[in-house]
Design a protein around this ligand. Structure first.
Ligand SMILES: [Zn+2]
Length: 327
């Protein structure tokens, strides 16, 4: 996860690839787009599910650098291909349109250290294309199973009778993971969260966007009303760590006081958006639950459904744009 976060920070700190609507004179020209598509071998007319391919060498190299054992290519079975097709079809219309234009490959690896990686093919070019790489192990899991596993990585249970679970229905985990990763591509193209390029040039903090205004002071720091010492210490935060599960109740009480859709959404403004969009789509459009439950042995002692929180729902109006384009 840290590998992913570090990488995304790099990815998202690069140049924006698509102007916000209405900003004339910015962004790639049709010639730059045609040139990028030709040189990187992407035909936007091909179906998304047909873009399954070998993991590009540039992506595999990132795992070398992380010092992890080398992941291995995973050949999809026919059943796994069906799951991937369904995952593409379940995406919001805006995601499908932008992935159609920008996704070069989607590939699967066994033994990846993190769940998924979205990487720019041509980070320094005006018209950016992307590869998405996914850990093949999630193809056998439901969203509930994978989200529960992920939530549990935040806590040290020791000999405590407490356990945390996420009830998110029986949708395939790959549908959720693709939704989250594809939102990073949409974000990078439409700049729904602030870009980092200005920071890298020493030009100061980039301006907030409609989604981050009043919620994030900068890309990694929530605005004062949503800053919390415990939320700040989860393993998703810079310098954070795995917390004793005895602190889970207080941690979720703190999460309730924020507009973040999940604990992972409190990690940084980019994952705030990716989690918000993914969980909005899961609960409000696909009709699945998203409920965090803390139990003491079999007895639930806390349940939190972010999309029933007024603070979280207060941002839902910003989701309209994901559904306003044709497929
Ligand atoms: Zn992410």
């Amino acid at each position: 996860m840290r590998t992913l976060l570090t990488f995304l920070a790099t990815l998202l700190a690069s140049t924006s690839c698509w102007p916000a609507p209405g900003k004339a004179g910015e962004g790639p020209t049709p010639a730059e787009r045609a040139d990028a598509l030709r040189r990187h071998g992407l035909d936007p007319a091909t179906p998304l599910a047909s873009r399954v391919g070998a993991t590009p060498a540039s992506v595999l190299k990132m795992f070398d650098e992380a010092g992890a054992p080398a992941p291995r290519a995973h050949e999809l079975t026919e059943a796994e291909r069906r799951k991937l097709r369904a995952a593409f079809e379940a995406l919001p219309p805006l995601h499908r349109r932008i992935l159609g234009e920008r996704l070069r490959t989607v590939s699967f690896l066994d033994g990846m250290p993190n769940t998924a990686l979205t990487s720019a093919v041509n980070a320094d070019e005006p018209y950016r294309l992307f590869d998405i790489t996914i850990r093949a192990g999630i193809l056998g899991e439901t969203a509930s199973e994978w989200l529960t596993w992920k939530e549990r990585t935040c806590f040290d249970v020791g000999d405590s009778p407490l356990s945390v679970s996420v009830e998110a229905g029986g949708l395939d985990a790959v549908a959720y993971v693709l939704l989250h990763e594809a939102t990073h591509v949409v974000d990078d193209c439409l700049r729904l969260t602030p870009e980092g390029a200005a920071e890298r040039r020493g030009a100061g903090e980039p301006r907030p966007t409609a989604f981050t205004e009043g919620v994030w002071a900068d890309r990694l720091t929530p605005s004062p009303p949503y800053r919390d010492p415990l939320l700040d210490r989860t393993r998703y935060r810079p310098g954070g760590r795995v917390l004793p599960i005895g602190q889970a109740e207080a941690l979720y009480a703190a999460l309730r006081r924020t507009p973040f859709a999940s604990l992972y959404g409190s990690a940084n403004c980019h994952d705030d958006l990716a989690e918000y969009v993914a969980l909005y789509h899961l609960t409000e459009v696909l009709g699945q639950p998203y409920r965090i439950v803390l139990r003491e042995r079999d007895r639930p002692i806390l349940a939190y459904e972010p999309f029933k929180s007024d603070l979280v729902r207060g941002r839902a109006g910003q989701m309209k744009r994901f559904y306003e384009v044709g497929p």
